[in-house]
Design a protein around this ligand. Structure first.
Ligand code: ASP
Length: 438
């Protein structure tokens, strides 16, 4: 029989009503033997995520302000869930333990992790599954880096003992037994680790959207859904801002070739998006998706005979390394070199950077554009076809979008263009439409 790991995100487990949907989904398919849960997320616009409330307790403590009120809100919400689910978990003693640990100086990771922990206790009881804590199973080293092999082994050995189990996402422990969390949204990673450990046939990631869409629905009206996408294409799109899944969630399952199926808890019939190792695009599909974001700076250097000067690029990049500034892209020409940096990364350090470039590289000129948006058009289908870039650039020209930068990955799987921030939405719509008629 096939084996599935189902991870449910914050909105899917936000309250008893959502958890009833979860139970229906899990009960519907006995292959869904292992369930990973997030902490309860927002129930409505303007609601708080449990994880944020938990961090807030910790902030109160740091500022020597009583945290009782916030803690009460947290307790009330879990108690309401317990009541509405009709289960019995000894929440009071759990709350006492958490309070005690907090008063004794437990860190932010510990308090943040309690959302997943308590939610997993409730969900396990409601589904009639065993509760298996990820503390001690998901293992980090002293420096807080995930130990893949140890985690894989520990999870597998433990889960072999359980026919069905619910596990809390988001955290594990360091060798000294302290709780350590992944970055925000990290329950996706836990789900992936569990799927790998039990060698699941599929890792289902249940959320509140029907998978990935070809473009952002806030920009393009009613974009088509993406049925299948390769890990690599997804990586390119996520990097450019399409976020449904935590970026690091791909690696564990990818190493053992387990597909990830993004599903919608509120529309369980919808097949969602399946992420696979090799894309087999449906006939005629040229592009898989379009994503992008605003807020980049392009620093363009011009120097006559740059291409014949040995070490020019290396020395320029050395400046970035010395100043500790990351860059995103590096399109270059014969006598030009452009470096694309996100404004967030750059902060207020542009003058310092330019001064150093001027001093060490002595370019003929430097041009800076600080209002650039990047748009990636991604798809395996592009490599095998001629005329793709002509169509893309033609569409942008027709929409009167001025292209400030072009970068095509060597895999020919993506074309990145830089446009002015003000043209961002218009450019995405133009590209979407250009490839729509297929
Ligand atoms: N609860 C955590 C967060 O809000 C982790 C997760 O939901 O994946 O970031």
């Amino acid at each position: 029989m096939s084996l599935k790991v189902a991870k449910f995100g914050g909105s899917s487990v936000a309250d008893a009503i959502q958890l009833a949907k979860v139970k229906k989904i899990v009960d519907h398919d006995p292959a869904r033997r292992y369930v990973v849960v997030s902490a309860p997320g927002k129930r409505f616009d303007g609601d708080n995520k449990m994880t944020d409330l938990l961090y807030l307790c910790r902030t109160h403590i740091e500022h020597n302000v009583p945290y009782d009120q916030v803690f009460q809100v947290i307790c009330d919400r879990f108690r309401a869930m317990e009541l509405n689910l009709g289960v019995k978990v000894d929440l009071d003693s759990e709350f006492d333990t958490i309070r005690k640990n907090l008063d004794e100086g437990a860190g932010p990771d510990y308090i943040a992790s309690r959302g997943e922990y308590l939610n997993a206790l409730l969900t396990a009881s409601y589904l009639g599954f065993d509760f298996v804590d990820t503390a001690g199973l998901v293992r980090f080293d002293e420096k807080g880096r995930l130990m893949d092999e140890e985690t894989d082994k520990a999870l597998r050995e433990e889960l072999e003992k359980h026919e069905n189990a619910v596990l809390p996402g988001f955290y594990g422990t360091t060798p000294d037994g302290k709780v350590k969390t992944f970055s925000r949204g990290g329950s996706d990673i836990t789900g992936s680790l569990v799927a790998k450990a039990v060698r699941a046939d599929v890792y289902e990631n249940w959320t509140d959207v029907p998978g990935f869409l070809v473009a952002d629905p806030r920009i393009v009206n009613n974009p088509e859904p993406i049925e299948t996408i390769s890990y690599q294409e997804l990586r390119e799109l996520s990097y450019m801002g399409a976020s449904v899944l935590h970026e690091d969630a791909i690696y564990p399952v990818r190493t053992v070739d387990i597909p990830i199926n993004i599903r919608n808890t509120n529309d369980p019939q919808h097949p969602g998006t399946t992420i696979v190792s090799e894309a087999s695009p449906k006939d005629g599909r040229i592009i898989t998706g379009i994503a992008g974001s605003k807020g980049f700076t392009v620093v363009a250097l011009y120097k006559n005979m740059m291409s014949s000067e040995r070490g020019f690029v290396r020395r320029t990049l050395g400046i970035f390394e010395d100043l500790g500034i990351k860059f995103e892209h590096l399109p270059s020409g014969i006598d030009t070199l452009s470096i694309v940096i996100s404004n967030k990364e750059l902060g207020d350090r542009l003058p310092e950077l330019l001064e150093e470039i001027e001093r060490r590289m002595n370019p003929d000129s430097i041009e800076v554009s600080d209002d650039i948006a990047l748009i990636a058009t991604v798809g395996w289908g592009m490599a095998r076809r001629t005329g793709v870039s002509a169509r893309l650039f033609g569409a942008l020209a027709e929409a009167e979008v001025n292209i400030r930068m072009i970068d095509q990955g060597s895999s020919e799987m993506n074309i990145i263009v830089g446009v002015h921030n003000k043209d961002f939405e218009k450019a995405i719509r133009a590209i979407y439409e250009a490839f729509q008629e297929n």
